[in-house]
Design a protein around this ligand. Sequence first.
Ligand code: NI
Ligand code: MN
Length: 239
Amino acid sequence: MADATTSRLTWLGHAAVRIETSEGKVIYIDPWLKDNPACPESEKKGRKMDAILLTHAHLDHLGDTVELARQHQPQVICNHEISVWLESQGVENVVGMNKGGTVEVAGCRATMVSADHSCGLQDGDRIVYGGEASGFVLTLPDGFRVYHAGDTNVFGDMALIGELYRPDLAFLPIGGHYTMSPVEAAHALKLLRTRRVVPIHFGTFPILSGTPAELRERVAGLDVEVIEMERGGSWGGGG
Ligand code: NI
Ligand code: MN
């Protein structure tokens, strides 16, 4: 297990995360920025980026992908069904994949892993099939491994994610209602055996009522550090 990384991890509010690697590459995960009430004003436009990873197609995750892709031409990594839809919207450099697959992206390795959630894609006023929701384990250039769970309930095979990929840090949803609350997230950390967690997907709307304080109580007794980031705040980056 690694205790630090030379890459910088930034939480942009809700489920949006930016990773600036030690090699100067920029990866956004679930870039819902412009209309995200939890995204800091200075981050709403997005910066030059090399890659976007999408956990699923719900609008609070797909977010600004189409516009950002047109503007910055990043590689866009997502499930097969979302990739076909993005291409129909004129997005280029889309890499469709599925769970268990690993792709090289921006000097990192991204492995798509399971999530227990839905993935309908809103196309106008209809919902079309968007494949299945997923998470990602991202191996950074220095070997540090970040797990972004996407939206999910806890599920037993999180133990497999822990055994196979040994994440050093996990971004886990804790808001409840659409995802895990702190009760389930604490159990997820037991299954994953990950010792560092950044709570996300809470507080954006009143219904996402789980709190980092509650997670902290629930993991008392586990060897887990709850990293409470500010929205727009960062962790890692060396120096
Ligand atoms: Ni969702
Ligand atoms: Mn969501």
